[in-house]
Design a protein around this ligand. Sequence first.
Ligand SMILES: *Cc1c(COP(=O)(O)O)cnc(C)c1O
Length: 405
Amino acid sequence: MTTTVYGFPVKHGCLEVGGVPLTRLAQRAGQTPFYAYERRLLNERIRHLRRLLPRSVALHYALKANRMPAVVQHLAGITDGFGVATAEEMRIALDTGISPVQVSLAGPGKTDAELAQAIAAGILVEIESAEVLRRITSLAESLSLRPQIVLRVNPNFQIRGSRMRMGGARQFGIDAAAVPALLGEVAAAGVEFRGFHIFAGSQNLNTALMPDAQEKTIELAIRLAAHAPAPVLQLNIGGGFGIPYFPEDTPLDIAPIGLALRRLIETRVKRSLPRAKVIIELGRYIVAEAGIYVARILERRVLRGHTYLVTDGGLPHQLPASDNFGQVIRRNYPAAIGNRLGASARESVSVVGRLCTPFELLAENVELARAEVGDLFVFFQSGAYNLTASAVPSLGHTPPLEILV
Ligand SMILES: *Cc1c(COP(=O)(O)O)cnc(C)c1O
């Protein structure tokens, strides 16, 4: 009988990724630690979103969640565009063959060199401040190109229940109150205005609050559009769909969010912004659950009655799990011994890596199958903001590999 754990099948007590038993996948990888991402789960996730979101909505992927080139290439075929934040992400996005107008560059602190690359590439540049608009104007003149721009708006509201807020007192985008005046400058700036990007918050797990946030976002865009020099052709309403990491987290229910958005598009967007394509941009929700992190157990140690599993993984590869990227209280990521999923003998352990610092703690007092040296420790929910958000190289230890199966 096949059971599944976090979406991955288990056969003969061993986790399978892309139909390959984990022990064999580790042999194929040639090393531990490694990250493995699964195409099947990526496809399923996109299919799920397409089924429940309005047909007219474009689905974009934010590369900062996971920029492994093979993952990005795969997503190029099943999403409608990419959000990038760095020149490296821009290169990885364009290498997939995606049309440049489906890519947009956002984020604070862009250098002239990065902006010039984006303009030359023909991707959309998100204007995050009046100062950036002026710099874009002079870069466009010196390059003799007409950049396509979107205004990134810092909304005058927040999504309650969002664990990472992007609006309000935050460094992203232009204060909504300052946008009308800036739109007056856009007409004379030698740029082509395409629309707005309004992103209020990330890692949202509260289904009931999302329609309200989407409504506020769309109403704000409609108010601002009255000051725009050209029709709004695209409206990126962000995303912020969260995923459950911990037992008390409830997964987001996309169906009611999709229904409410369909109503908003019919009643508000089609009437007031008739040429606007609504974009939802997601990172975490698309990739997080399609990935696992795998480290091999090197030692079992018992100290003062407590068992430590020492692995070849660790904090530099898995900052969110070790140090709670965006979390307030330390909690353990969902974990397992990937080659002992049927085992009945269990024990409470702490899982660590090889760095000589007490911060080096992957999981604390977790109940796992009783593990032996050579077994494969697994973190689930590891496809987003893990390696990209961590600090490799690792004091000389082998950095993790990434594979797409
Ligand atoms: C990071 C980011 C996203 C993706 O956020 P997730 O929470 O990973 O979905 C979307 N849009 C913008 C502008 C971002 O900076």
